[in-house]
Design a protein around this ligand. Structure first.
Ligand code: FES
Ligand SMILES: [Fe+2]
Length: 393
């Protein structure tokens, strides 16, 4: 695992990850595609309300998803909220430095008590309806006119806990709760922990979060990040990028995926057994069910489609960068090229959004009954197979 600070810019704090002793993931004799083959899948998965409810319970309710950035909750009492798939939660930094999370639902008669996206230095959360008070772990600590209630019922009235952990500078939550959630590290898995960990996202900060309201199922958005087939037609990439994209390698690690797209300028190095994917490829990681990391060596985009309904999604695109001193010429140079690239990527993501709008027109069409997938689109098939297995568990 490599996490040394390389200093190609003469004093800049910008971290450039290298593969180091990590396994080769592309190039040389590394197999680029599992033997999955082409396939056909049913298109009803994007519009089936019954299935969506099962996903809400058994996938979105049991898997780790990102709730925000660690730097948003730096001090005790700092908190962030999350809303999606008809759930609302609060995640709060505790005085011992750990994080706690709980449902943003008053146990009296049910409204949410937090309305903002974030806040600082909270010691209590008070429901605006009748004034029930919760501490930073969601425990009920205040009830006006308490003597009018059944004390036995009040004793069990707290806001149910949500599991919260941190990794890579991200705050992750699992609605299954601290007792039932598998450890986050097990969900991400050792391969992605090491490979994606090399970017040291915990040293990065958010530059911008772009948000779109997209009228399609969240899985259709994940699908778009599970193949590179569309880049030629939709994104009009140059022919050399199309050629490079066809040399991509795909890896399945448990429920998750890694994908490495060699840079066109480094295709000649691909036969090397020690090809450094961190330096010479776009590295792409999908953590089931809806977190996608797109790593350029110097800045990272995180794509987060948050389901709002069976065919509506809040799509967030996070841009994280290494912080630095703009008056440092080396850092200013980093900043300038990173922002140029980020602005270009925003345009590219806008093209992705445009196709979701096209998909929204036909999402209920009787003619849309199946999808025909190439062998290089196998991650889409596998993702939906995983989803299928989990909603039947
Ligand atoms: S509903 Fe929250 S205090 Fe009554
Ligand atoms: Fe795209």
């Amino acid at each position: 695992m490599t996490d040394q600070k390389i200093d190609p810019t003469g004093g800049s704090p910008v971290h450039i990850p290298t593969r180091g002793t990590l396994p080769a993931r592309i190039g040389g004799s590394v197999k680029s595609l599992p033997e999955f083959g082409p396939s056909v899948m049913d298109a009803s998965v994007y519009r089936d309300q019954v299935r969506y409810e099962l996903e809400r319970e058994r996938v979105l309710g049991r898997h780790w998803m990102i709730g925000g950035r660690t730097e948003q909750v730096a001090k005790p009492g700092d908190w962030i909220s999350y809303e999606g798939h008809d759930e609302t939660i609060v995640m709060v930094r505790q005085s011992d430095g750990t994080m706690a999370g709980f449902h943003n639902v008053c146990s009296h008669r049910g409204p949410s008590f937090v309305t903002e996206k974030s806040g600082c230095g909270a010691r209590r959360f008070t429901c605006p309806y009748h004034g029930w008070v919760y501490d930073t772990r969601g425990r009920l600590v205040g009830v006006p006119e308490r003597e009018d209630f059944d004390p036995v019922v009040l004793a069990s009235a707290h806001s149910p806990a949500v599991a919260v952990e941190e990794w890579g500078g991200w705050v992750w939550f699992n609605l299954a709760g601290p007792e039932r959630a598998v450890p986050l590290a097990d969900s991400i898995g050792p391969e992605i922990t090491a490979d994606l960990g090399a970017y040291r996202m915990q040293d990065m900060v958010v530059h911008e979060v772009v948000e779109w309201d997209v009228p399609v199922n969240y899985k259709a958005i994940i699908d778009g990040f599970n193949e590179v087939y569309h880049v030629t037609e939709l994104h009009h990439v140059p022919a050399e990028f199309t050629k490079a994209a066809r040399c991509s390698s795909f890896h399945v690690v448990g429920d998750n995926f890694m994908c490495f797209v060699p840079r066109p300028t480094h295709l000649d190095k691909l036969p090397d057994e020690d090809f450094d994917h961190h330096r010479n490829a776009i590295c792409h990681y999908v953590v089931f069910p809806n977190t996608v990391f797109n790593c350029n060596p110097e800045h990272i985009q995180v794509f987060q489609p948050i389901p709002l309904g069976v065919d509506r999604t809040r799509f967030l695109c996070w841009e994280i960068v290494y912080p630095g001193d703009q008056s440092d010429p080396a850092y200013a140079d980093y900043w300038s090229r990173t922002m140029t690239h980020w602005n270009e990527l925003k345009r590219v993501v806008g093209e992705d959004i445009s196709i979701y709008t096209q998909m929204a027109r036909s999402k209920r069409s009787s003619a849309f009954s199946r999808q025909i997938l190439s062998e290089r689109e196998f991650k889409i098939a596998l993702y939906h197979q995983n989803m299928d297995r989990k909603i039947r568990d």
